[in-house]
Design a protein around this ligand. Structure first.
Ligand SMILES: Nc1ncnc2c1ncn2[C@@H]1O[C@H](COP(=O)(O)OP(=O)(O)O)[C@@H](O)[C@H]1O
Ligand SMILES: [Mg+2]
Length: 319
């Protein structure tokens, strides 16, 4: 006996007359998106969603015309964080929500993680209001090993440098770097250099809709003092890996903090938790990326389709 499959009839109560429209927010140097995000456009189209790359600071874009705006390759926001956050506040239905973007684009969020008992890299914070002398900066830098100077608002290692504590010339460059950042009114972070970045690389755990989707290890490292000519972002070699229970636990605890620090965060469409090995050899958060994380989808079979489905679920009727 054979059965005949009924031909699918579009349900007029659910089939939209025009497909939902989603903007994928990018920056002006990548108007067609980061190549890693570009496949989202056809993947969303496949699901009945029209996806349009749009430059976040283009005044001609009507953000209210979209059913959702997904922040993707807005890599140039860090020099204009206030403008970026105001833009996010002005956009209806932005993902992740503006409150999350505001919290996450300033690395003081690491203090919330630390207060909640999540392992983070030990950090000394320098306030530009304090008028630190060179001597005072010198005494606040580590006595042993390499260390890192970075601003609290940054992306893609911009304005970040690596120094050697026992090398007088390197210490001098670090002091100059700190003073430059403070003179720009920026809070500065001083951290020990985590040597596992050189050996194991950084473990990046990608979550989609609150679920651990995959892990990617990247091998980029800081090579020396800050150079102002550093580009927008750097090429990284990547490989996928299966996060272990300890890594997943730290990542989940870090994401739990978002829920308490940002009450209206909801379930995040996307999140990336970057882990290194701390001085005790345990997984330690270096960064929580809830704003414009590279998701390394090209390295992971099915990643584009999964992320596209999560976006589509937010805008298709009945979602
Ligand atoms: N304490 C640290 N130890 C080792 N490497 C670091 C440290 N801090 C930063 N880095 C390096 O600099 C890069 C950028 O720093 P990160 O904290 O991720 O800020 P962002 O990505 O926002 O610029 C990291 O990916 C890592 O390679
Ligand atoms: Mg980073």
């Amino acid at each position: 006996m054979t059965t005949t499959a009924a031909s699918p009839t579009p349900d007029p109560t659910t089939a939209p007359a025009t497909p939902p429209r989603v903007a994928l927010a990018t920056c002006s140097v990548l108007p067609r998106l980061d190549p890693d995000d570009a496949p989202l456009v056809p993947a969303l189209e496949e699901l009945g969603v029209e996806a349009v790359p749009a430059v976040w600071d283009d005044p001609d874009v009507d953000w209210s015309s979209f059913d959702a705006v997904v922040v993707r390759s807005t890599y140039d926001y860090s020099a204009r964080r206030d403008e970026f956050v105001s833009w996010a506040a002005s956009v209806p239905r932005i993902l992740n929500p503006e409150s999350v973007l505001r919290w996450n684009t300033h690395k003081f969020y690491l203090k919330d993680l630390e207060a909640a008992g999540v392992p983070v890299i030990p950090t000394l914070w320098l306030d530009p209001e304090r008028n630190f002398s060179s001597r005072a900066i010198h005494t606040r830098m580590p006595a042993h090993g390499n260390f890192v100077i970075k601003p609290v608002v940054s992306a893609g290692a911009k304005d970040t440098g690596r120094y050697q504590s026992v090398d007088a010339a390197s210490r001098g460059l670090a002091i100059t770097h700190v003073k430059e950042l403070l003179a720009q009114g920026r809070h500065v972070m001083v951290q020990p250099y985590m040597t596992s970045v050189d050996t194991a690389g950084e473990a990046r755990l990608v979550f989609v809709d609150g679920e651990l989707a995959y892990g990617v290890t990247t091998s980029t490292r800081l090579t020396g003092p800050h150079r102002p000519t550093q580009g927008l972002y750097r090429k990284e070699s990547t490989r996928t890996f299966e996060p272990d229970a300890a890594q997943e636990d730290v990542a989940r605890r870090a994401l739990d903090v978002v829920g308490s620090a940002v009450p209206d965060a909801g379930t995040l469409l996307y999140a990336r938790v970057d882990l290194v090995l701390g001085e005790d050899g345990e997984p330690t958060v270096i960064e929580l990326e809830l704003t414009e994380p590279s998701l390394f989808m090209a390295s992971v079979p099915g990643a584009v389709e999964r992320f596209a489905a999560a976006i589509a679920a937010r805008v298709l009727p009945g979602a």
